[in-house]
Each structure stands twice: as C-alpha cells, then as structure tokens.
Write a protein that binds this ligand. Sequence first.
Ligand code: ATP
Ligand code: MG
Length: 351
Amino acid sequence: MKTLNIASIPGDGVGKEIMPEAIRVLEKVAQVHGGLQFKFEEFPYSCDYYLKHGAMMPEDGMDRLSQFDSVFLGAVGDASKVPDHISLWGLLLKIRQEFQQEINIRPAKLLKGINSKLADPKDFDIVVVRENSEGEYSSIGGRIFHDDNEIAIQNNVFSKRATKQAMNIAFDLASKRKGLVTSATKSNGIFHAMPFWDEIFEEISEKHPNIKSESKHIDALAAYFITHPHELDVVVGSNLFGDILSDVGAAIMGSIGVAPSANLNLNGKYPSMFEPVHGSAPDIVGKGIANPIGQIWTAKMLLEFNGEANIAEHLLKVIEAVTADGYQTPDLGGKYKMTEVTDEIIKRLGQ
Ligand code: ATP
Ligand code: MG
C-alpha cells in the first residue's frame, strides 16, 4: 500500500470550503483505485491564525510542513483582516521560496460543457510553465530622491540554472503532449535579460530535435492566446510573463474557479505545493457556491506529480464528464451548489 502524507492548509475564505470537497474526492479516489492511501494533517495557518498568534504560522511551521510528501493549499489572504503583503509573504510566498518551488505549472484547458468567453474555444488546452523564483519579482532595487525627482529602480534577475530548469520542464511536458514549446520573450524591449533568456531557449531547443519550438513576444503572445489558442501547446515564461499568461488562460477556461496549479520543488529536498489559481474569494464566502473544481483539479495535479499519472487522468476525465453534463456552479453560469458538484464527481468516480 502506497501512502501519501499530505499537509493540508485550507487557509482563508473559500479555501476553507473547497478543501474538504477536494479531500472527499481524494478519499474516494483511494477507495476506488486501491493500493493508495492518503494521510492528511490539517494546519490552520491563515489570517485568523495571524490575528490570534501574531504570525501566519508558528516558528516550527516550515519544519513541520517539510515532513510531508506534498502541501495541499486552499487560498491565502483576507485583506479585511490582515494586509495582503503580510499574509502572502508570511505563508504562501514563504513556502514557495523556502521550499525552493521554482517552477509553477498552470494548465489551461476548457472542460466540456463550460461556456468560455472566447469565440471558439473548443478543445482549448495549454499548459503554462512559469519560472517561479526570480525574474521580474526580485527584491533588488530601491527608491532614491524625493518629491518630483523620486526614482524607483527594480532589477530583474535571470539565472541560467533556473531559466534552464523551467525550459527543461516545458520540453518534458511537450513530449507528452502535442510536441510544441512556445517561449514568451520581449527581447526587442528588454535588452539584457530577454536576449539571455532567448539564447538559453535556443540551446535547450537544440537538445530536443523532436519537439517544435518557437519564441513570441509577450504582447503578441497574449493576443495569440485569444486568437489562435489551438496553435499553442506548452508555453514557458518568466515569473511575470507566466503569471500574466496563466490568468489569460484562466479567463478562457470560463472561470478562475476551475484553474489548477502546482508549485514544484525539483531538487527533492522539500515538498511541492499544490493550490488553485484563485484567491480566497471573500465576496462569495458562506454562500455554498464556490466552484470546487479548481481545488479538485489541483488534487489531480498532486496525484500526477506524486507518481500516479493514470489515477490523475481518470480523475480529470470524471471532472470533465460532470461539467459536460451541466453540473456547474454559478461562476460558470450553472445553478448547482459546491457540494452538489463534488457529490456528482464522487458518485461517478465509483462507477
Ligand atoms: P488573490 O489576490 O488572493 O489572488 P483575488 O482577490 O485577485 O485573489 P479571487 O479571490 O480569486 O481574487 O477572486 C476573484 C473573483 O473570482 C471573485 O469575484 C471571486 O468570487 C471569484 N472566484 C474565485 N474563486 C472562485 C471559486 N472557487 N468559485 C467561484 N468563484 C470564484
Ligand atoms: Mg485578493
């Protein structure tokens, strides 16, 4: 019997509502497939935890989390209680950084039965690989002078190691998909970092003669997501470009409530973390209408990156059969409640 030890952090807002739904689904997955079991331990790290204890997690929080195979997260942040920069840096970004989760994978695929905002989104299916640790999100820089003379300087940081790592993951994913990697660049405007990024992309492309590769400027590529989504497969981007493109992808998916993501640690020293793309959605908390699919699809990614690709694929097929038959929450234009969608997924897993 294989056991996956999972640290669950429901977090804030709808995170607390959708986490139990995804765990119900995973328990059913284990029951149906046999040979696999989950041990969940829940950690209450959240804005409420901060209000009680003055920190988003205790001193030994990271040590405790590091004992698990994976961290399964709901949503972090509730600006009505704790400023976002404190809650994000105290928990979400802290875990991403300290656990060296340098890659962020964000599939964007239109599930059957869901109405997208895009004119002809049928079979929309892209994966964004986002470099998750450096690039434009560096802390190097500062502000000088005052008043009308004030200047802010922000230095981007691109290391060969982390850039190669993101690109290698992209080519690896493409080899299991349609065999195309598109690199998001802006070497016509960003003179140092982006030509460096392009050179590395070329080098990695040459090592993968069986995979097609291309570079597109970020502005044109964002438009291309809308106009030619079917001509893309795996897209690799820097921290900022990857973030922007995955939100475009989530919009095409019909609702941010369905979009999954994985923060991968690749050196094996720490757990990876799996979290939906959306936030804590304070505007719909307590109404029972949060879409559970983002969290459940994220559970599918947790299975996939813990060596259970077949079980993961089965779960995604079941999720899609449920959306195809119209079991959808209001964010997708449906009339079903969160628990009804989950119940239907669980029912069909057993069939
Ligand atoms: P963050 O800053 O934490 O990334 P945010 O404040 O930008 O998040 P969300 O909390 O993701 O944004 O909410 C954006 C919108 O999407 C809100 O209208 C919210 O209700 C909706 N939303 C988010 N998650 C879900 C969900 N699971 N089901 C339905 N609607 C959702
Ligand atoms: Mg927010």
